[in-house]
Design a protein around this ligand. Structure first.
Ligand SMILES: Nc1ncnc2c1ncn2[C@@H]1O[C@H](COP(=O)(O)OP(=O)(O)OP(=O)(O)O)[C@@H](O)[C@H]1O
Ligand SMILES: [Mg+2]
Length: 636
């Protein structure tokens, strides 16, 4: 329960809603409590009139009118509370989801190496849905009834303390019996949720790479593994539900016995003349009012347990340690000001019009980031790796004691076998991982010393896999610089040799490219990714196999565009065409995670090292040599 309190506390800016809900709940409780009193008065009045006394028809009509007024007020207040509950819930949902997303966006790369996307999404869905559902129920119905129960006890006590005592025993007894049930239930719920998470994670992965699934004809196996998870969940639910309902029989049985005592007292006392008929009606009404929430209790306990489990999952993520100086503040709340909320509401009130062509994937409003300055030490190299040793989590070293420097404006190529650690160098440079030993400096400043946002603004990267987003080509090219003009977009696309194919698409730069750019060819994706990095216009350019998917002709064209771009900036190039590598200033060769040689292409051609071997292999046409060449990921 404490996690739910923590959750409410983290969203304390919703206090006007909390307060409004409490006030309307009290109103609902008071009006609900007035009804039995009016019925008591009416019963006594009817009895008096039957015995020849009383105030006549007028008195009865007044009492009926009082009932009407009280019930109307109850309906009204109940709905005001319901409205506040609904709007509070959706706001809470917005706040919690936004913070969860902000948190995830700020977590280090290592976190994502061990999580499946679908699992992360599944967990968010579950924890937030269940928590907000519980709170909605709590505020819309349970809260008022709890207040009613308290009042019922007080009123009952004024008539008969044994009665009040019996009523009072119900709640702790029920809660105690529920607590007995709860522990085992929660354990089973966790097992079940794990199954759902695994299924959801794999589901998202398989749908995301549906071509692979289809080409290997694995649909049946994927579905069957998915069904296995759900079958396990079904099995666990059977055990869980049987346990729950057995315990519920025990709980309700105990309740029924207590109610037996209550009714016996009411009937006998009235018959013996201790209470009037009116008082009996009042007490029966109060007992019924007290009974309803107890019956609801098992439902409430069920949903509160889910909510407790859900909030716990939520806080597991929220308590993860973010990247140092992460770009986002995961405790901030999303902007839900009227200006932001009202347009959406107005849109909901007007008939649906066909979506405007560009608005369909506009996404959230983008606030452009001014590029923050990076501290530059005079005469320092642009990039320096200083005795860097690094391994991913599994322990084996990927890079060992790697040292090299790159002067500002220099073009350096990295060559080494596949899996040799070239992309890992890029990951470290971007601060996605921290080296286990040694230091990486950018313009003389340790990359761990300044904010990661500042660091990453200095580096334009074309990743080994193009990694595009759904949306239009324009949105993708301007991803790093949303404020870029159309002319700038076109210029970047021309340099990346993308303009021509983009123009041939039906909607040009407004063409939608599908999830991860699935509607584009591999080479087209790469050229968009190159244009995206060019437009970012950062002082350091990293090309990780940026042109590997292009044919020689297209590559030469992209290369020409890149030449111009690389002229006044520092470039790190990982390429597998010797033609690309031969024009660089220096080459760094990596073998088994250590730097083997560093030198100009001309120098390395003579040393007999990896590069020289590659040149020789390229010159040779033998089958064995071509095979060896392929091992280096190098083609002529
Ligand atoms: N996120 C990761 N977690 C654990 N190990 C990883 C991770 N990424 C890469 N590795 C391992 O690190 C080693 C180096 O990988 P890296 O991607 O740097 O190679 P590369 O030189 O870029 O190869 P290629 O030419 O094939 O792209 C590989 O053995 C790989 O298995
Ligand atoms: Mg790589």
């Amino acid at each position: 329960m404490s996690s739910i309190v923590r959750l409410l506390a983290t969203a304390r800016e919703l206090w006007p809603w909390y307060l409004g809900i409490i006030v309307s709940s009290v109103g609902v409780a008071v009006t609900a409590l007035l009804t039995p009193f009016i019925l008591k008065a009416a019963t006594d009045e009817v009895v008096a009139q039957l015995q020849g006394g009383g105030g006549g028809v007028a008195a009865l009509v007044v009492l009926a009118a009082a009932l009407l007024a009280v019930e109307l007020a109850n309906t009204l207040l109940g709905n005001v509370g319901g409205f506040l509950g609904d709007t509070m819930t959706v706001r809470l949902r917005a706040i919690l989801s936004s913070r969860y997303y902000a948190k995830l966006l700020g977590l280090p790369q290592r976190y994502f190496d061990t999580q499946l996307t679908g699992t992360i999404i599944n967990r968010l869905q579950r924890s937030i849905t269940e928590t907000t559902q519980f709170l909605q129920m709590f505020s819309n119905s349970l809260f008022p009834t709890l207040i009613t129960v308290a009042a019922v006890l007080v009123v009952a006590a004024t008539y008969s303390w044994p009665l009040a005592l019996l009523l009072a025993v119900i709640y702790p007894a029920f809660t105690w019996l529920t607590a007995l049930t709860s522990r085992r239930w929660q354990k089973l719920e966790q097992v079940k949720n794990r199954e759902f998470d695994v299924a959801g994670g794999r589901f998202a992965e398989a749908i995301g790479q549906i071509r692979v699934v289809k080409s290997f004809v694995r649909e049946r196996e994927e579905l069957s593994a998915f069904d296995d998870n759900y079958a396990a969940a079904v099995g666990v639910t059977g055990i869980q539900s049987r346990w729950w309902h057995l315990m519920d029989v025990a709980r309700r049985g105990a309740l029924n016995v207590i109610f037996f005592g209550i009714y016996a007292i009411v009937f006998v006392q009235t018959a013996q003349g201790a209470w009037t008929l009116g008082v009996m009606v009042l007490l029966l009404q109060l007992v019924a009012m007290a009974r309803q929430p107890v019956m609801m209790m098992s439902f409430l306990v069920d949903s509160s347990q889910r909510a407790v489990a859900g909030t716990r999952d939520y806080f597991v993520v929220m308590d993860e340690v973010p990247e140092p100086r992460a770009a986002l503040d995961a405790t901030a709340s999303p902007d839900l000001s009227p200006e932001r909320v009202l347009p959406a509401r107005d849109a909901a009130l007007t008939p649906v019009a066909p979506a405007a062509p560009t608005a369909s994937s506009a996404g959230p409003t983008v606030r452009p980031l001014a590029r923050p300055a990076w501290p530059r030490v005079a005469d320092a190299p642009a990039v320096a790796f200083d005795h860097v040793t690094f391994g991913y989590d599994d322990g084996s070293e990927v890079l060992h004691d790697v040292t090299f420097t790159i002067r500002p404006g220099e073009r350096v190529a990295f060559v080494g076998e596949s899996g040799g650690g070239k992309t890992t160098l890029v990951n470290l440079l971007l601060g996605l991982y921290r080296p286990d030993a040694g230091q990486i400096r950018l313009f003389g400043t340790d990359v761990g010393g300044v904010g990661l946002g500042e660091l990453r603004c200095q580096i334009g990267v074309v990743f080994q896999d193009a990694s595009l987003f759904s949306g239009t080509i324009r949105e993708n090219i301007t991803y790093g610089r949303p404020e870029a003009t159309d002319a700038e977009v076109e210029q970047a696309a021309r340099r990346a040799n993308a303009h021509e194919f983009v123009s041939r698409l039906g909607r040009g730069y407004d063409s939608e490219i599908g999830e991860r750019g699935i509607k584009l060819s591999g080479g087209q994706k790469q050229r968009i990714a190159v244009a995206r990095a060019m437009l970012k216009d950062a002082p350091i350019l990293v090309l990780d196999e940026a042109t590997s998917a292009l044919d020689s002709k297209s590559e030469r064209l992209v290369q020409a565009g890149l030449e111009e771009l690389m002229a006044d900036r520092t470039s790190l190039i990982i390429a597998h065409r010797l033609s690309t590598i031969s024009s660089v200033d220096r080459i760094v060769t990596l073998a088994h995670g250590v730097v083997d040689e560093i030198g100009t292409p001309a120098e390395l051609a003579r040393t007999g090292g990896i590069y020289a071997e590659l040149l020789a292999l390229q010159a040779s046409a033998s089958k064995a040599d071509r095979k060896r060449l392929a091992e280096f990921d190098i083609t002529a």
